[in-house]
Design a protein around this ligand. Structure first.
Ligand SMILES: Nc1ncnc2c1ncn2[C@@H]1O[C@H](COP(=O)(O)OP(=O)(O)O)[C@@H](O)[C@H]1O
Ligand SMILES: [Mg+2]
Length: 329
């Protein structure tokens, strides 16, 4: 980690009360994100990636119970009053999502929507805010930003709309930017362009960025560090190079093996499905799908991260040196 830690999660937990009982969506996550770094949070659908950060931001329904700690430079968000959360959201922590259209108002011009975002958190005259909005559109790579500011969302392509969302997200110089599957709905070329915009923000503004994705390929391109999630917990964590070159956890290796290789071969999905979070299995939640699982994997508390080689890994067999570190899966 290079800069100062900006975002910290400690034993962060989210459960939903449902008619069938509590759904334990996030079961004790630790994570630090420093200024100027991109941390990729990866895992299959349902592993608790979105719920972790929506929960931290106070954006989940009332049925969600949030526990543990989530701090932004020392400000505790768990249990924070709604007034504090409103000040934090959009100002200190900004989020972008997969579907930019749902977050844009179809009846308002793009420039005015960015102006509103700026003026919600800063006292700035309208004309100055509009100049800033146009500057922001330029920063995120929208050509002819002064003309584009006068257009409506439907006049923008999917990629251009996602750039607008990023412009709105950075409008108030947030300390943390959380991007939840920001390129999932976009084609590969546009996806690469959006990832470049995020890297530029990391480099030029020093923002701490959390990049949530189910796609390890996206993480490989831009992340400095990676946290792999499974069944609401961290399975493995390391620098992007170490995760790709020396993955230890059988789940990480499974995700790697299911990545399409350049030659198009090697596309082996992990057999089975993630557990039902109403009733997660004891021990390691991945054990039922793991070819390396033995009896000790299936009992006790879920394993925590511990250093194994270059990575931190939540696999008891790896921690007991019973699994080889696979190099360059
Ligand atoms: N409102 C809700 N009520 C009950 N369960 C939920 C709710 N929202 C999400 N979940 C469950 O929480 C788990 C984590 O979901 P999510 O964080 O969205 O996964 P992902 O890693 O794909 O982002 C899933 O099992 C999901 O079904
Ligand atoms: Mg999600």
């Amino acid at each position: 980690m290079s800069g100062e830690v900006v975002l910290s999660l400690r034993d962060f937990r989210v459960s939903f009360s449902t008619l069938l009982g509590p759904v334990q969506a996030v079961r004790g996550v630790d994570l630090d994100v420093a200024a100027g770094e991109i941390v990729g949070v990866v895992g299959e659908s349902g592993s608790g990636k979105s719920v972790t950060f929506l929960g931290m931001m106070g954006l989940l329904p009332k049925s969600a119970k949030i526990e543990g700690s989530a701090t932004v430079r020392g400000t505790e968000l768990v249990g924070a009053k709604p007034k504090l959360m409103r000040q934090v959201r959009g100002k200190r922590v900004a989020m972008i999502f997969q579907d930019p259209l749902s977050a844009l108002n179809p009846t308002h011009k793009i420039g005015n929507q960015i102006v509103e975002m700026i003026r919600a958190h800063q006292s700035m005259p309208k004309d100055a805010a509009m100049r800033r909005a146009i500057e922001l559109l330029d920063v995120v790579g929208i050509p002819q930003p002064d003309q584009r500011a006068r257009q409506y969302p439907h006049e923008f392509s999917g990629g251009m709309r996602q750039r607008v969302m990023i412009a709105m997200a950075i409008a108030n110089d947030p300390e943390v930017l959380i991007a939840d599957e920001p390129t999932t709905a976009l084609d590969v070329t546009v996806q690469a362009q959006i990832l470049e915009v995020l890297q530029r923000i990391q480099r030029d503004l020093g923002t701490a960025i959390v990049l949530i994705t189910h796609d390890l390929g996206v993480v490989a391109r831009v992340a400095d560090r990676v946290q792999v999630m499974y069944a609401g917990r961290a399975a493995e964590r390391g620098t992007v190079d170490d995760i790709f070159a020396h993955s230890v956890h059988p789940y990480t290796r499974g995700l790697m093996a299911s990545l399409p290789s350049v030659s198009g071969e090697r596309l082996i999905p992990i057999p089975g499905a993630p557990p039902n979070m109403l009733n997660p299995p004891p021990g390691c939640a991945f054990a039922p799908r793991c070819i390396h699982a033995v009896d000790k994997c299936r009992t006790g508390a879920p394993p925590s991260l511990a250093q194994v080689g270059s990575n931190e890994t939540a696999c008891v067999r790896a921690q007991d040196n019973e699994l080889e570190v696979i190099t360059g899966v």
